[in-house]
Design a protein around this ligand. Structure first.
Ligand code: EPU
Length: 450
């Protein structure tokens, strides 16, 4: 296991390029199961979750190769319908193979994903949607066993909202499955995230008939077959938002390229209120803009509520909390998508942040400075929040278990080092040598410099 050792207090300078989106790429890789023709996806980030999805597709009878041009997938053995627990448990997005296998192969067996650090994350709405398309679904030994009567799903009108709003991967699953269903499907209360619109773009280039993707009502006219396609994945709006926060928290002046500014308007609105300027320098493609980001000397506190897109994204909540620990006053952050997604709170507190959590709300009282400490990465975005805090903190921070971070950010330490951050990747035992003196507790009464 690896750890990051970060010396805080360095100003950043230079350019960061945003990579392709992990969360867009995962359901698009699964879409290869909808056809026996080859699919090429470009700009797919090199991440553990992507490797796991490629492994899963391999077990489902696909050839799956990455080269300089992108990832090439082709479904070759359509008799394989089982997504095993051992693979699905490593990556919750494994659930997005369910709709495509069922739609094309007529039956599917997909291990039910287990719990997750950020909450329960049930898949009941995915199953409700597929049942509305005519599937019979049972649960056997922890596996979802689904069958399309007569081998083909049929179109339906489906309300896909849940207690916390629409579901992103649920929408991806049902929309993908409906492309091959007999008749027309209308998904009401669909997720509007850019990753859904990008999936629909890929599916349309494979021959699907989809309209309304990116809005709450998506209409899909089923077709008999889909073909192969080539597609470039959209840039990662969460990585872009993380880079904007990195510039702000280190009081730096950075350029961010390949920035999907159009997908980040809620975050940019909050940044403006905090006192962080995002100047768009080239917006000829608003999904691949060039932005300059710099902050005022003193940061203002704000209120943030996470919401489904186009609201403020839950995947940027931890990074903004890190930023607001240094604002001049009290901020209030409410998490409305994953009410338990606060694993970063106790770790930021170890670095001197003043945080008071009440249920799904955290009051962040700004402090003058954060102080380096040994901390633990817990989930992907919580880890990103800790990296940001560490870059601003006084002294050394050791972040353990950065494999969480590696699931969503490709070579983050190298890229941040390229713009001037002091950040090293060590293995945990090497990092412990740094941590040990930091956590030595002196017996009470012993003079500090004995
Ligand atoms: N929900 C249900 N039932 C369901 C599905 C979801 O109650 O069947 C609830 C969830 O528990 C949650 C809310 O609905 O409270 C929204 O969950 P959603 O289904 O939209 O989440 P997801 O599709 O599983 C994706 C991203 C997450 C991101 C969320 C919300 C991928 C691979 N994952 O998850 O990304 O936080 O949408 O935007 O696309 C991350 O990248 O760090 C990450 C966790």
């Amino acid at each position: 296991m690896d750890a990051f050792v970060i010396e805080g207090g360095r100003r950043l300078d230079g350019t960061l390029r945003v990579n392709g989106s992990k969360n867009a790429a995962l359901p698009q890789l699964a879409a290869a199961l909808l056809t026996d023709q080859p699919l090429t996806l470009r700009d797919v980030p090199e991440l553990a979750d992507i490797r796991n999805m490629m492994k899963l597709l391999g077990e489902l009878g696909c050839s799956c190769v990455r080269d300089d041009d992108g990832i090439h997938v082709r479904s070759e053995d359509e008799s394989q319908v089982y997504a095993r627990y051992d693979v699905v448990r490593t990556m919750r997005a494994g659930i997005c193979v369910l709709g495509p296998i069922l739609a094309r192969r007529g039956r599917a067996r997909v291990s039910m994903p287990g719990g997750c650090a950020i909450g329960d994350r049930p898949v009941d709405i995915h199953l409700r949607g597929l049942e509305a398309l005519g599937a019979t679904i049972t649960l056997e030994n922890g596996d979802i066993v689904a069958e399309a009567p007569g081998g083909r799903l049929r179109g339906a009108t489906i309300f896909l909202g849940g207690p916390f709003g629409p579901t992103v991967l649920g929408t991806a699953n049902v929309m993908s499955a409906a492309t091959l269903a007999a008749g027309t499907t209308v998904i009401e209360s669909a997720a509007c995230e850019p990753e859904i619109a990008d999936l629909a773009k890929l599916l349309c280039s494979m021959g699907a008939k989809i309209s309304g993707a990116g809005t709450p009502r998506i209409t899909i006219i089923g077709v008999d077959e889909l073909s192969g396609a080539e597609h470039q994945i959209i840039p990662d709006r969460i990585e872009a938002g993380t880079f904007l926060c990195a510039a702000a928290i280190t009081n730096s002046d950075l350029k961010v390229t390949n920035c999907p500014i159009d997908a980040l308007l809620a975050a940019v609105d909050r940044l403006a209120r905090i006192g962080v300027h995002v100047d768009v320098e080239d917006q000829s493609d608003p999904y691949r803009a060039t932005c300059r980001v710099y902050a005022e000397r003193s940061l203002r506190p704000v209120e943030i509520s996470t919401q489904p897109h186009p609201g403020f994204p839950t995947d940027l909540q931890a990074q903004f909390m890190a930023l607001l620990t240094l604002a001049d006053g009290n901020s209030v952050i409410t998490e409305r998508i994953f009410p338990e997604r606060f694993l970063h709170v106790p770790e930021l507190s170890r670095m001197g942040a003043k945080l008071l959590r009440q249920g799904a709300t955290v009051v962040v009282s700004g402090v003058r400075e954060l102080v380096g400490a040994p901390v633990m990465a817990s989930d992907l975005r919580a880890s990103a929040g800790l990296v940001l805090a560490a870059m601003a903190a006084k002294g050394t921070t050791v972040i353990n278990r950065v494999y969480h971070l590696d699931r969503g950010y490709e070579r983050l330490e190298e890229r941040l080092r390229g713009v001037g951050a002091s950040i090293e990747r060590l293995d945990t035992s090497e990092a412990q040598e740094i941590t040990a003196p930091m956590i030595t507790v002196k017996p009470i009464g012993e003079p500090a410099h004995a």
